[in-house]
Each structure stands twice: as structure tokens, then as C-alpha cells.
Ligand binder design. Structure first.
Ligand code: ADP
Ligand code: MG
Length: 304
């Protein structure tokens, strides 16, 4: 069963601004799904509509097969949301805010569960602190703990690592993977390509309110990925390489040549290039192969 289904979703704000245009997407149970896009693309609008905080203009949304508006109470209980903006000035204590939040969803009290969440997020030593006394990164983790307080099946995180240092980012990624293993479906937005590349199973790219690609991460890398082979040849061999340069469309700066080829092609054209060099007795050195990462691909896709 799909954890999330969004069909033909549109959103125009009161001032007429069209923030989402015909969004279709599904997220499978147990997936980590990343919605990637620049600022203003419509990520928060989409997440807030799915969670029932912002009204849609038209379209349909289902959470585990149930309409998110007709069955608001049921679907809301299945969802945990970590919003983009974090509340910072609360005088409330960490544990009491979690207990309160859990109570809102009519879950029986379980200090044991809440403590296990705090432990996993490395917050247990702040259990009785007032939230306002915590650091920014800790406050963000409290928001995550709060979103998990009622044991949701789907966790939404809106830019969970914006402005968070590298260490905490990595801790969070491994925690999200742990939640995934426990069967929680994760939907996160991010403008860090690196984040999507690191933890997502599937990635959607949104730009100007439109989804421009939605695909398994591995497939994106295969389909759009390139490899760059570069090597140096001897100065005295420069004339010998001319026909090969044309055949393989090599680029060069001085004696350093680069060959760009599609990494998904089964026949390895790099191998053929190297054997052509051999046949002409062109000696090469300093060979390097670079695979494109999601960032290279993303830049090429958005430029199109
Ligand atoms: P993201 O989260 O990807 O940065 P948002 O979903 O917050 O983007 O915003 C998408 C677009 O919708 C932006 O151009 C933003 O200015 C606009 N927008 C957001 N909220 C409102 C609103 N209440 N009224 C009008 N326009 C809005
Ligand atoms: Mg946003």
C-alpha cells in the first residue's frame, strides 16, 4: 500500500499566486522520499497541504488509502510533522511538551517510549530542561521528538537540516535510517542535494510549483549520470592522438585529455578508447575516472 498519494494537486494562494501546479506523487510505505528544490519552489506548501495545515485549491490526497480531509482525524494521527520554523521561546520542559503532544492524539501515556525517543536523539540529558534553554540544534531535535511522540507511521520533515552543522546532519541521517528500519515512512524536503543523495530512496525535484522529475535515486544516477575519464599523454605523442580525439570527441587542456561518456551504457566506451590508445602506442598516465553525482545531474536538468 502507498503511504502517501497525491493526485492532480493545485494550490493558488489568496493573492492568486499559483504555488503548486498539478502535482502527482506517491510514496511507498517504508520509503525515504526527498522533495528537493530551491527556495520558493513550493516544498513547504506541499508538505503543509498533505498534513492538512494549508488548504488545497483542488486535487486529492490520501494517507494509507484514506482521504486527508474527509478522514482528517484518522490520517492526522498517522502523521508526524516537523515544521520548517521551530518554536524557540517555550518555557515548557522537554518531557512535558512530548507528553502533551502524545496526549493530543489520545495515545495512552508512555514515558518509556518518550524516553527512548529522547535517547535516540541524544536529548535524554535535557529531559527536564525548559526548551528555551536549549541550543538551536537541540530545539530542532525536540521538534522531531515531538513529531514522533504519538508513534506516527509517516514522518514529515520540512528542511530538517537547514542551518544545522555537519555532525548533527549526519546524526540525523542515521536516525532517519533507523526509523525507516522500524517501518516509518519518511518524507522530507531539502534544498541540499547532498542530503537527498545520502539518504533518499526516491527523489522528486520541484521547481516553480512543478515536479520536474520523480524517480528512484539509483535510476537517476544511472540514467543521467556521466563518467569523466581523464589522462595525460606525452608531449611527443600529441600528433598521434588526433584521429582518436575526433572519434571520441575528447576535450583537452594541453596534454590532459578528458572523455565524457554515459555511465549506464553497458559497453564500456572508456575501455575501447584505452585500447585505441594502446594500438597507436600512445602512452598515458595520471588516469582518473570521476562519476557525476546528483549535483552535476541536477544542475544539468534544471538548465534544460
Ligand atoms: P519552499 O518551501 O519550497 O521554499 P514555499 O512553499 O514556502 O516554498 O513557497 C512557495 C511559493 O509560494 C513562494 O513563491 C512563496 O512566496 C509563495 N507563498 C507561500 N505562502 C504564501 C502565502 N500565504 N500567500 C502567497 N504566496 C505564498
Ligand atoms: Mg519551505
Amino acid at each position: 500500500m502507498n503511504a502517501i498519494e497525491v493526485k492532480k494537486l493545485n494550490k493558488s494562494y489568496e493573492n492568486g499566486f499559483e504555488a503548486l501546479k498539478n502535482i502527482d506523487l506517491t510514496v511507498k510505505k517504508g520509503e525515504i522520499f526527498a522533495l528537493l528544490g530551491p527556495n520558493g519552489a513550493g516544498k513547504s506548501t506541499l508538505i503543509n497541504i498533505i498534513c492538512g495545515i494549508t488548504n488545497k485549491t483542488n486535487g486529492n490526497i490520501k494517507i494509507f488509502g484514506q482521504d486527508n480531509i474527509l478522514e482528517y482525524k484518522k490520517t492526522r494521527a498517522l502523521i508526524g510533522l516537523v515544521p520548517q520554523e521551530i518554536a524557540t521561546d517555550s518555557f515548557e520542559r522537554v518531557i512535558s511538551t512530548l507528553k502533551f503532544s502524545r496526549g493530543l492524539f489520545n495515545k495512552p501515556p508512555s514515558e518509556e517510549y518518550l524516553e527512548s525517543v529522547l535517547k535516540s536523539l541524544d536529548l535524554i540529558h535535557k529531559k527536564t530542561n525548559q526548551i528555551r534553554t536549549l541550543s538551536g540544534g537541540m530545539k530542532r531535535r525536540v521538534m522531531i521528538a515531538k513529531a514522533l511522540s504519538h508513534e506516527p507511521k509517516v514522518l514529515f520533515l520540512d528542511e530538517p537540516t537547514a542551518g544545522v552543522d555537519v555532525n548533527l546532519r549526519k546524526t540525523l541521517w542515521s536516525y532517519l535510517n533507523k526509523l525507516k528500519k522500524m517501518g516509518v515512512t519518511i518524507f522530507l524536503t531539502t534544498h541540499y542535494i547532498e542530503e537527498a543523495e545520502n539518504i533518499a530512496d526516491r527523489i522528486a525535484v520541484i521547481d516553480n510549483g512543478k515536479i520536474i522529475i520523480i524517480e528512484n535515486k539509483r535510476k537517476i544516477l544511472e540514467k543521467f549520470g556521466e563518467k569523466k575519464l581523464s589522462f595525460k599523454i606525452k608531449k611527443t605523442h600529441k600528433d598521434l592522438i588526433n584521429s582518436i580525439k575526433i572519434k571520441y570527441n575528447l576535450k583537452n587542456v594541453g596534454n590532459r585529455f578528458t572523455f565524457i561518456y554515459n555511465s549506464s551504457s553497458k559497453k564500456d566506451s572508456a575501455y575501447r578508447l584505452l585500447s585505441d590508445l594502446n594500438r597507436k602506442s600512445i602512452k598515458f598516465e595520471d588516469m582518473e575516472i570521476k562519476k557525476s553525482n546528483l549535483e552535476d545531474i541536477f544542475l544539468r536538468l534544471v538548465q534544460k
